[in-house]
Design a binder for this molecule. Structure first.
Ligand code: CA
Length: 234
């Protein structure tokens, strides 16, 4: 078993197709047809990853995502969104709320499986061990790479796996400008379809979580982002 996936999707054909392809790759798959059922399944089954359709009857996918990020025990759950192409604003909102990735309908199930694998790999690269380990110190930010824990001026920051990976990559390359494309390759590991907008939304979220340390993560207009090597000017 490679991992336990919860799929929340109301369209039975898509749900069955996705479940079939994930199961074929040795994932355990549980499906839910609406947000309420999804939320219950999340608490009961504690999946490793959520595949979430945005267009659901009743509670929307975005509502469910908002609810998930509000609950401490689900705040770092990896989430991949299923969206329709025309739902650009919903997609952006989903990324802002902390989705790790998205895939637009119509999509190939094989592509979705690849995305699932990439996100889970990101999570498992840094399994929380609880033990103190290698520390990356970047300005006021301390990253314990063994425990996958981040502190800003000694205060723990709760990051999703993708935000964590993004911060680690930026901090390890501090002082050097990273283009959005470089960050997509280093953090998301997949280039198909996913856009540079994803990077921007994640940087925004990461800044919000870094609080006073946010100015260390600077935008380099026309190029990308850089974690500063020197303290920002006041
Ligand atoms: Ca739907």
């Amino acid at each position: 078993m490679k991992g336990h996936i919860l799929l929340v999707e109301d369209e039975p054909d898509i749900s069955a197709l996705v479940a079939y392809h994930l199961a074929r790759e040795s994932y355990r798959v549980r499906t839910a047809a609406d947000g309420q059922e999804g939320l219950e399944a999340l608490h009961r089954e504690r999946p490793d990853l959520l595949v979430l359709d945005l267009m659901l009857p009743g509670m929307s996918g975005l509502d469910l995502l908002r609810e998930i990020r509000r609950r401490a025990e689900l705040a770092s759950l990896p989430v991949i969104l299923l969206t329709a192409l025309r739902e650009e604003s919903d997609r952006v909102e989903g990324l802002r709320l902390g989705a790790d990735d998205y895939i637009s309908k119509p999509f190939s199930p094989e592509e979705l499986v690849l995305r699932v694998e990439a996100v889970l790999r990101r999570v498992r690269q840094h399994p929380p061990s609880g033990a103190g380990g290698t520390l990356v110190q970047a300005g006021p930010v301390t990253i314990d790479t063994d425990a996958a824990r981040v502190e800003v001026d000694g205060v723990p920051a709760e990051l999703t796996p993708t935000e964590y990976r993004l911060l680690l990559v930026m901090a390890e390359r501090r002082g050097r400008v990273q283009s959005r494309t470089q960050l997509l390759e280093a953090v998301w590991e997949t280039r198909a379809e996913i856009t540079t907008r994803t990077v921007d939304m994640h940087v925004q979220r990461l800044r919000a979580k870094l609080g006073d340390a946010a100015p260390w993560l600077e935008t380099v207009r026309g190029f990308g982002y850089r974690f500063r090597a020197e303290p920002p000017r006041r």
